[in-house]
Ligand binder design. Sequence first.
Ligand SMILES: Cc1ncc(COP(=O)(O)O)c(C=O)c1O
Length: 339
Amino acid sequence: MTEIDWNNLTFGYIRTDCNVRAVWRNGEWGDVEVHEEETLPLHIASVCLHYGQEAFEGLKAFRCPDGHVRVFRSDENAVRLQSASRALLMPEVPTEMFNDMVDRAVRLNERWIPPYESGASLYIRPLLIGTSPQVGVHSATEFLFVVFVTPVGPYFKGGFQTTPYVITRRYDRSAPLGTGRYKVGGNYAASLRANREAHEAGYSCEFYLDAKEKKYIDECGSANFFGIRQNTYITPLSTSILPSVTNKSLMQLAEDLGLKVEHRPIPIEELATFEEAGACGTAAVISPIQRIDDPETGRSYVFSRDGKPGPVSTRLYNSLRAVQYGTVPDRYGWTRVVL
Ligand SMILES: Cc1ncc(COP(=O)(O)O)c(C=O)c1O
């Protein structure tokens, strides 16, 4: 094994020892197999390649200060993948099978789990694809479920920091009755251009409004949004955003910290009233937002004048990290010790 510089990992891809796979054929899941190769033998007419019949998940395993390795809320990822399966006519991966394959992929790649001190973690990517060949637009009849892992670096190299975001009105990532609430590739393909343009303009991420009326806040790139005002955690309710496991956890922790929680449509003007704002997701837990610019109206919604994260976001961030690293009691059973 080549020496890994655990302290300088990015959110990229590094080959690990193996991945685990199962094939759905003739109406049932076959045995789980361990594969060392990182490529798939895929038919050129596979439905996933042409018509996007695929869904994926993203979660993490953490090496903790007590020496154990914990996986965070994988049941939630299993349930979310099942909802995508129903939407895209794919077979559901039962929660137990999902968890077993996740645990197996983590255990078999134990030497790739970064040390606690590095702040890095093991990213787990379950992927479900329609593999059988077809050129007509129909559901596949065979599917592959694969779970692979790769070590990823801490999101905040220089510490927990705020960054600027920009509202995009030129592109939508998903429609109100479309697939935005599922973790399917098409949503991400639709976001690539907006994301590149935001980066080129010096922003860390693009920020979407609801596609129908452009009146309400949807989400930021690949993270949910929340705002803090008067001891209240406010996060959008929308049919076109991904129900984030991190956001769900933060809503609970916010309540535990004595905040009120509001989960409802948020009109864009309300941005002007927030004392703090953040983007939340598996990659960073919370990415505090410095400001959101709206180039079409010329407005800039500033949440952090000194560039520092706000006190509530910081408390929420530390609370969630403490559960993930097993340094506080796991009162809701969110983590599973796999090693
Ligand atoms: C579009 C989108 N929204 C939100 C999230 C955050 O979800 P989670 O907290 O489950 O990682 C993600 C994934 O990370 C995402 O891709």
